[in-house]
Design a protein. Structure first.
Length: 561
């Protein structure tokens, strides 16, 4: 195999990094950063950026900083800071001692703003917010210069300092960069650098009454930290000239901003505003509701760090906007859990089975494989007795053709145990089936018949007197429409009423009584489940379904191939 074929295919960002390393740019360093705003919990879209920034730095022997873009105290909270730190660490990344905040740089940011004022590149504007928008122009018409644009330097310096000292009310003044009100790029039409906010900051308290906007704070924070490659999503592509303008006008160290396409998933909302609305208005049960696309929600649902990192690797990094099928995310967790999750038996909708010819009061133990994908996980003992529970869906009294599970007179295999045959159906006064009577063949222990006869179905079960009663929560997609809110409709109109189904009388293997949160299981034939890390208690487990066993993405991909 030639060298070219052995080389790993590079995405365009890694190709740029390798080119810069080859030319000696930035002294052969790679330094990236992940800069979340602490105004909400991270979601799966952020996971793509986390994996890219930390992953690229790791691959090239560089560093990645975690930096909070905390320049809007009205929306920020330490709860969000703590959740972000927890999520990034859970995904498997670390920043050593490089935890930073934009608020660390409030003084140098202010000093640089003063420098721009002195260079006549910034001015204090006293237009209202509505007037600034009006003067800004449109995409097809140039803007109009503010009547305050040519204020003397001394007046600007005086007003800016008084803004900092809290002498003015919110909205009275802003500091704007003086660039070009006729620019074809609307972001260059004298953008606002500072606004007055009479709001205490969660870190600096009441020390500041003015706060920088993202476009100004971000590039200078990158410069101060010595970032080499500032990786942003595509909506910041039109902001890159402004990023460059601030750094060039100040004559300070200049990182390179590179934009990539953000992650969009169907059947999902990724807007921070919409996610916040779902939480605050009670459409979901908090930021970590397992139906949410938040990292904490995915963790609570049973997703693993590896499954999310593998998903981000599969979708790649491009400049092309696209919508990823959520079934690919589901495939990633199935693929990971198939190798790792311990197999167990659980019955979600129990129907009692009495084996009439089984020795009364007798119990035996069956050997069950913990994971056929990993022999090293060994086997376990599962108790078997004359009274069992099976899934109600695994029996039909009058079955259609090709129904190969249990029905009157039909023999099936009990997983790891015996062949059984239904001989009688017991019903209540309403005609509902309450119990099945069956016989078993004691010669078929372990699941095979000595005479070589075959059965068409194997069903799972649990011993009635040994089973643990549990609550199981069946989670599904939060929305019924692949593009919630598309076409101008309210995205909440397509909330899935069946996104959560709670089953309170499920029966599980006795070993699951003490199941620990964070451990993943495959309930054979049913899907992957994990104990809820808030509500599950020892002896009274609550399980969340992570994902079903059915992998639609692989099936659909196979059709296309």
């Amino acid at each position: 195999m030639d060298d070219d074929k052995e080389k790993k295919s590079l995405d365009f960002i890694r190709a740029i990094i390798e080119e810069d390393l080859g030319s000696g740019k930035y002294g052969g360093r790679v330094a990236t950063r992940f800069p979340p705003e602490p105004n909400g919990y991270l979601h799966i879209g952020h996971a793509k950026s986390i994996c890219l920034n930390f992953g690229a730095a790791e691959e090239y022997g560089g560093t990645c900083n975690l930096r909070f873009d905390d320049t809007n105290p009205a929306k920020e909270d330490t709860e969000y800071v703590e959740s972000i730190i927890k999520d990034v660490r859970w995904l498997g990344f670390d920043w050593d001692d490089r935890l930073y905040h934009a608020s660390d740089y409030f003084q140098p940011l202010y000093d640089y703003a003063v420098e721009l004022i002195m260079k006549r590149k910034a001015y204090v504007d006293s237009l209202s917010a509505d007037e600034i928008r009006e003067y800004r122009g449109t995409l097809s018409e140039p803007g109009t210069e503010s009547p305050y644009r040519e204020r003397p330097v001394e007046e600007n310096l005086d007003l800016f300092e008084r803004m900092k000292n809290g002498e003015f009310e919110e909205g009275a003044h802003v500091l704007r960069a003086k660039i070009d009100m006729s620019s074809g790029n609307i972001n260059m039409r004298d953008p606002v650098m500072y606004r007055i906010l009479r709001e205490p900051h969660y870190r600096t308290g009441g020390a500041w009454r003015i706060y920088p906007l993202y476009d100004y704070a971000h590039c200078i924070s990158d410069s101060i930290e010595g970032i080499t490659h500032s990786l942003c999503t595509l909506e910041f592509e039109d902001h890159r000239p402004l990023y460059d303008w601030f750094l060039d006008e100040l004559g300070i160290y200049h990182p390179r901003q590179i934009e990539f396409s953000r992650l969009n998933l169907n059947y999902t909302v990724m807007s921070k505003r919409r996610i916040l609305e779902l939480v605050q208005k009670g459409y979901v049960n908090g930021w970590d509701d397992p139906r949410m696309p938040t990292i904490s929600g995915l963790r609570r649902r049973g997703y693993t760090p590896d499954s999310i990192r593998n998903f981000c690797s599969r979708i790649g990094v491009t400049k092309q906007e696209s919508v990823i099928d959520v079934s690919l995310l589901e495939h990633s967790v199935r693929d990971d859990l198939n190798k790792k999750a311990r197999r167990v038996m659980g019955v979600l909708n129990p129907l009692k089975v009495v084996i009439t010819n089984y020795p009364e009061g007798y119990t035996e133990e069956m050997d069950a494989v913990n994971n056929p994908e990993d022999e090293g996980m060994g086997k376990r003992k599962v108790p078997f007795s004359g009274e069992l529970y099976i899934e109600r869906d695994d029996f039909m009294e009058d079955p259609p053709r090709k129904f190969y599970r249990l029905s009157p007179g039909v023999e099936v295999r009990l997983r790891y145990a015996y062949f059984i045959k239904c001989t009688d159906v017991v019903k209540d006064e309403k005609g509902q089936i309450t119990e099945l009577h069956c016989t078993y063949d004691p010669e078929t222990r372990g699941g095979d018949a000595p005479d070589g006869r075959k059965v068409r179905a194997t069903i799972h079960w649990v011993s009635a007197k040994h089973a643990v009663t549990a609550e199981v929560r069946l989670y599904d997609r939060l929305f019924t429409d692949p593009e919630p809110g598309s076409g101008g409709g309210d995205y909440k109109d397509c909330l899935n009423p069946h996104s959560l189904v709670v089953l309170n009388d499920c029966r599980l293997e006795p070993g699951l009584a003490g199941a620990e949160p964070g451990v993943n299981y495959q309930f054979e034939r049913l899907g992957y489940f994990t104990p809820d890390y808030i509500d599950s208690k020892k002896g009274s487990p609550v399980f969340n379904r992570t994902v079903t066993l059915k992998d639609t993405w692989v099936r659909e991909k196979g059709k296309q191939d």
